[in-house]
Design a protein around this ligand. Structure first.
Ligand SMILES: Cc1cc2nc3c(=O)[nH]c(=O)nc-3n(C[C@H](O)[C@H](O)[C@H](O)COP(=O)(O)OP(=O)(O)OC[C@H]3O[C@@H](n4cnc5c(N)ncnc54)[C@H](O)[C@@H]3O)c2cc1C
Length: 520
C-alpha cells in the first residue's frame, strides 16, 4: 500500500490551511492526472523544483477514503459529482477532480496510440516531434511503470467470458485488453477508486514517485489566475478550498519559471479562456471531442455479474476505423466495443423507468450485462467561459456521429444477443427492448438528441490543439502556448482530434515527450 503519510512533508492540504501561501518554484504544474503527474515525475527526475497544484482532495486507500460507495466516491473524485452534462443535456461528462485525476476513476484500459492516428495528426495538423518512433520508448516505459499486460483469465467476469465467446460466434475478432494493474483482486470497483492500490492510477504511481523525488503537492488548490508579464507567466494564483463546501479558506501564489497547465480536456481551455487567451487564440475552446459512449444492456437468464472482476478484459477493435464506400457513404465502424461495467446505482440511473417497473428490473441486477462503445467522434462541440464566469460545454451528436452511434448500438446489441442475452434494453426514453437481431432496425430511428438516450463522454480532447499556426492552433509542437515564452499545456486538450482508443497512454506519452523536448 502506498504510504502517503510518509510523504506528508511534501504535501500541503488546502482544506486545513488557514493562512495564505506564497512560494516560489522552478516548475508549477496545474493538475495531477495522467498529463500533469507524468510530467511532474519526469521534471523531478531531471532535478527540477516542482509544485503540483490539484483542486481536488487527496483520497487514498491508506486513509480508508476509497470506500467503494458509488454516491460517496463520485462526490469525492468526480469533477461534477457524476452530474455534469453538455448544455443541451445530450451527454453526461465524467472527469476527475482528485489527486491522480480521472485515472483514479478509470478502467485502466491501456492502449498505445494507433500509428494511423499519429500519422494523421502529422499530415493534416502538421504536428512535429510526436511520431510513433519518437513515442515508442515512452510507451515501453509507461508499460513497465504501470505493469501493463493483457487482461488475464482470472479477472474476467462471466459477462466478459460470454462476450469473448460471442465474438467468435459472430466471426468478429477481438483481443484481451491491455490493463494497468498490479495485484488486482477483481473487486469490480475500479470506477469508484481502487481501495487496494492495485489499479495503476497516477495516485499510486507518478504522484508518489514524484513526491519521493522532492516534488511538492498542494491539494484542494484551485488555480484561477495566470499572472502575465508580456510573454512570460510569472506566477499562478488561486484559492485553497474547503473540501466539503468548496468555499475559499485562503489564497495561494506560486511564483514559477515555467507553468504547465494539465487541468484535463474539460478544464484546461476554460482556465486559459478566463485568463483572456481566447482573444489572441481563436482555436481555444473551439473544438471539443469526448468519445461519446453508447450503451446497450443485456438481460441474461443466468447471472453474469458484470459488477465483479475488471470492467473490460475483452474488447473489439475491428470497428475502430470508420469505413466508407467508394462514394463516401458511411458503411460501419468508428468505435471500440467493450463489455460494460456498472455498479447498481449507475445501472439504476441509466436504465429508464420509474417505480415498480424499474424496481423489477433492478431486482434482476446480477442478470444485467451491457456493451459500451467509445465513438471516435467527428463532429466536435466547443467550450465557452461565459460572462458570469461559468464553464459551458456545448456538445450535441452531429450528423456524421449519429450514423456511428446507430451502428455502435446495433453492434453492441447484436453482440449481447449472440452472447445469450434474452433481451436487450436500449436505454432510450421509449424504453425499447429487443429480443432478436431482426428487431434491431428500430435503432435506425434513434437521433441521439438531448435526453433521448444516456450518453457519457469520458475522454475529452481537442480544446487547445497543437499545430503550427496560432490562427488554428493553441500550442506549438513543443506544447508551448503561442505568444508566450513559458506557458505549456500537458493534457489531451492538445490532441487535434480524439485518439480512437482510450487515451491515457497517449496523454502520458505526450507528457514524456514534452519532458524530452524541454530537456533538449
Ligand atoms: C469513468 C472513466 C473511465 C475511464 N477509463 C479509461 C480507461 O480505461 N483507459 C484510458 O486510457 N482512459 C480512461 N479514461 C480517461 C482517462 O482517465 C483520462 O483521459 C485521463 O485520466 C485524463 O488525464 P488528464 O491528465 O488529461 O486529466 P485529469 O485526469 O482530468 O486531471 C486533471 C486534474 O486537474 C485538476 N484541475 C482542473 N482544473 C484545475 C485548476 N484550475 N486548478 C487545480 N487543479 C485543477 C482536476 O481536478 C484533475 O484532477 C476514463 C475516464 C473516466 C472518467
Amino acid at each position: 500500500m502506498i504510504r502517503f503519510s510518509a510523504l506528508s512533508d511534501r504535501i500541503t492540504v488546502g482544506t486545513t490551511q488557514t493562512t495564505d501561501l506564497d512560494i516560489t518554484t522552478q516548475d508549477c504544474i496545474i493538475g495531477s492526472g495522467c498529463g500533469g503527474a507524468t510530467l511532474a515525475l519526469r521534471l523531478a527526475e531531471a532535478g527540477r523544483d516542482v509544485v503540483i497544484l490539484e483542486q481536488g482532495g487527496l483520497h487514498t486507500a491508506e486513509s480508508g477514503d476509497l470506500d467503494q460507495r458509488e454516491d460517496d466516491m463520485l462526490a469525492k473524485i468526480d469533477g461534477g459529482r457524476g452530474l455534469h452534462a453538455s448544455e443541451d443535456l445530450t451527454i453526461n461528462f465524467t472527469y476527475g477532480r482528485t489527486v491522480g485525476g480521472a485515472s483514479v476513476h478509470y478502467w485502466a484500459d491501456s492502449y498505445r496510440t494507433p500509428a494511423d492516428r499519429l500519422d494523421m495528426w502529422a499530415e493534416e495538423f502538421r504536428i512535429e516531434h510526436h511520431s510513433l518512433a519518437e513515442l515508442e520508448p515512452h510507451f515501453a516505459r509507461i508499460e513497465r511503470d504501470l505493469h501493463i499486460e493483457p487482461a488475464p483469465d482470472h479477472l474476467l467476469n462471466p459477462l466478459n467470458r460470454r462476450l469473448e465467446q460471442a465474438t467468435e460466434t459472430l466471426g468478429w475478432h477481438g483481443h484481451r485488453v491491455p490493463q494497468a494493474r498490479s495485484g488486482c483482486i477483481g473487486s469490480g470497483y475500479c470506477m469508484q477508486g481502487c481501495a487496494y492500490d492495485a489499479k495503476q492510477s497516477q495516485l499510486v504511481t507518478s504522484v508518489p514517485r514524484a513526491l519521493e523525488l522532492g516534488a511538492h503537492l498542494i491539494c484542494d488548490a484551485r488555480a484561477t489566475t495566470l499572472v502575465r508579464n508580456g510573454k512570460r507567466i510569472t506566477a499562478v494564483e488561486g484559492n485553497l478550498l474547503d473540501r466539503g463546501s468548496g468555499r475559499t479558506r485562503a489564497r495561494f501564489r506560486i511564483g514559477a519559471e515555467r507553468v504547465f497547465v494539465a487541468a484535463g480536456g474539460f478544464q484546461t481551455a476554460p482556465l486559459l479562456l478566463r485568463n483572456g487567451f481566447g482573444e489572441e487564440l481563436p482555436a481555444l475552446g473551439a473544438r471539443l471531442y469526448c468519445n461519446p459512449c453508447v450503451m446497450a444492456h443485456g438481460f441474461f437468464a443466468e447471472p453474469v455479474d458484470q459488477f465483479r472482476g475488471i470492467p473490460a478484459g475483452w474488447g473489439i477493435d475491428q470497428f475502430r476505423l470508420h469505413r466508407y464506400d467508394d462514394n463516401g457513404a458511411y458503411i460501419e465502424g468508428g468505435y471500440l466495443l467493450m463489455p460494460n461495467q456498472l455498479q447498481a446505482g449507475t445501472l439504476a440511473a441509466v436504465l429508464p423507468g420509474i417505480g415498480g417497473d424499474h424496481q423489477t428490473l433492478m431486482a434482476r441486477f446480477r442478470h444485467f450485462g451491457g456493451a459500451i462503445a467509445w465513438i471516435d467522434d467527428l463532429d466536435p462541440g466547443r467550450i465557452e467561459w461565459d460572462r458570469n464566469g461559468r464553464i459551458r460545454w456545448h456538445f450535441s451528436i452531429g450528423p456524421r456521429d449519429r450514423l456511428v452511434c446507430r451502428d455502435a448500438m446495433r453492434k453492441g446489441a447484436q453482440w449481447l444477443l449472440a452472447a445469450g442475452a434474452e433481451e436487450v434494453h436500449l436505454g432510450d426514453r421509449a424504453r425499447t427492448v429487443v429480443r432478436t437481431p431482426a428487431e434491431l432496425d428500430v435503432i435506425d430511428r434513434f437521433d441521439f438528441g438531448p435526453t433521448d438516450v444516456v450518453l457519457a463522454g469520458p475522454h475529452p480532447a481537442g480544446a487547445a490543439p497543437m499545430g503550427r499556426d496560432p490562427r488554428t492552433a493553441v500550442v506549438d509542437s513543443e506544447h508551448r502556448v503561442f505568444g508566450t515564452d513559458n506557458l505549456y499545456i500537458a493534457d489531451p486538450s492538445v490532441f487535434p482530434t480524439a485518439v480512437s482508443v482510450d487515451p491515457s497512454v497517449t496523454i502520458m506519452a505526450f507528457s514524456h515527450r514534452l519532458a524530452d523536448l524541454l530537456s533538449s
